[in-house]
Design a protein around this ligand. Structure first.
Ligand code: ZN
Length: 235
């Protein structure tokens, strides 16, 4: 994997700006559906605000050594999203802004040594705190598109998209699914995913490959125009 810590910090900042700008909507627009099944935009904004608070818990853990998990339970995580979905636009965007600023401030205060501290993610993985900016950049960048206000993967930096494809391929390689051979026609990047059957060759712009691999709306087709093989949900 070729992404660096500095890359991830840059993408987390950029993605936060994109998400916060895209979520600057009135109540009617925020009550409209997001691109994620069953979620309004308010659910999604609440999820991203809660994610900043939860990552803030891991920053606290890294800074102090005190065991502070992202969420106390899956129920607490779900309750936060439901609570946010019932907020007014002003309350919700207030939470979004505040949570993003607090996370930026707490991460900026970490020392080099604290960044190396091990923390445990909500999925139960133990990672150094240096992974937190990457976790945040995935959330804000991908969910900025899921808001459904017009942003697409083509609006994200190509180096972020390539790092995201690396990440998703690594995750998908651990589960069942079709074998794939992907090639980005614009950057030349290639990915192989082992799986069932002969590898399906798929070529297209990097942003379409990223949309496909992350399970979002995409225009990627197999040679001859057949639909790309269906993939299981990713996040
Ligand atoms: Zn998410």
């Amino acid at each position: 994997m070729s992404r660096t810590f500095e890359d991830a910090r840059r993408w987390a900042q950029l993605g936060t700006v994109l998400f916060v700008q895209a979520a600057d909507l009135d109540d009617a627009a925020l009550d409209a559906p997001s691109a994620l099944p069953g979620w309004t935009r308010k659910h999604l904004v609440a999820h991203v605000a809660a994610n900043a608070d939860a990552l803030g818990n891991l920053v606290h853990w890294a800074a102090t050594g005190e065991h502070t998990p992202m969420y106390s339970s899956p129920e607490e995580r779900a309750a936060g999203i439901e609570r946010g979905a019932g907020m007014t636009a002003a309350e919700l965007t207030g939470w979004l802004h505040r949570s993003a600023e607090e996370l930026a401030a707490s991460t900026a205060a970490l020392s080099d040594e604290q960044w190396q501290s091990p923390v445990v993610t909500a999925q139960g993985r133990t990672v150094p705190a240096t992974e937190l900016p990457w976790m945040r950049s995935r959330e804000v960048c991908v969910h900025a598109i899921d808001l459904g206000t017009g942003l697409t993967f083509a609006d994200l930096p190509a180096d972020f998209l390539a790092a995201l494809c690396d990440d998703v391929i690594g995750k998908r390689a651990q589960g069942p699914g079709p074998a794939l051979l992907l090639e980005a026609t614009d950057t030349g990047a290639r990915w192989e995913l082992s799986g069932e059957g002969l590898p399906a060759p798929l070529t297209g712009p990097l942003h379409e490959i990223t949309a496909y691999l992350t399970g979002r709306a995409h225009a990627l087709t197999a040679p001859g125009g057949a639909p790309a093989p269906a993939l299981a949900a990713w996040l």
